[in-house]
Write a protein that binds this ligand. Sequence first.
Ligand code: SF4
Length: 205
Amino acid sequence: MQTGTEIMEKNKIIRFNDDKGISDHLLHRLLDKSRKYGLSDVIPFSVSDIVVAQWVHLKCRYGCSQYNTNWCCPPATPSPDKVQKILDEYSTALLLAGTRKCPDFYRNNKRKRAMQVKCWKGTVSLERMLFLAGYYKAFSLVGECCPLCQNCSYPEDCQFPQEKRPSVESFSIDVIGTLCNVGIETAVAANVGDSFSYYAIILLE
Ligand code: SF4
């Protein structure tokens, strides 16, 4: 007996609630698209593996220059308690990952921003693709703060509200703890010449 909502995609029935929560066919399509945006992996995992921690919020609040300056960062984003309630409404997530060598990582310059914009747009574009495939609750959490405008208009109206999404960090998600639960080991890029990895998450039913 089939359970869960079903949709038709290219003559193939995809159940929303199968083992991975997503079909191999759709996963390949997402992967193809993600590579155009500098993302190399799309990994399905359970939302129960996402670690939400108060200390992440503390790090946003104290020590980050973006606090109270961007629509995608605290305090404009939900508090950790609210985040947990939001996550309870989802079951599956996709981890989008990319790795790059970038000596500009710790600098705030045009090259770094161009890369962030690409990744941001790619994540929102995959969310749209999932929505059109029937995952009507799909919602992206993007890496770092929103780079779409050189200077965020916060607290005035957002310039691109359709692409505005909270960052993973602003959602009080412990990225390293979550990666650990998913079975991915990662290290902090400690030197300018080191490769660094970047991550985004798309929440799904
Ligand atoms: S699109 Fe522009 S105004 Fe809106 S959150 Fe991003 S940087 Fe801020």
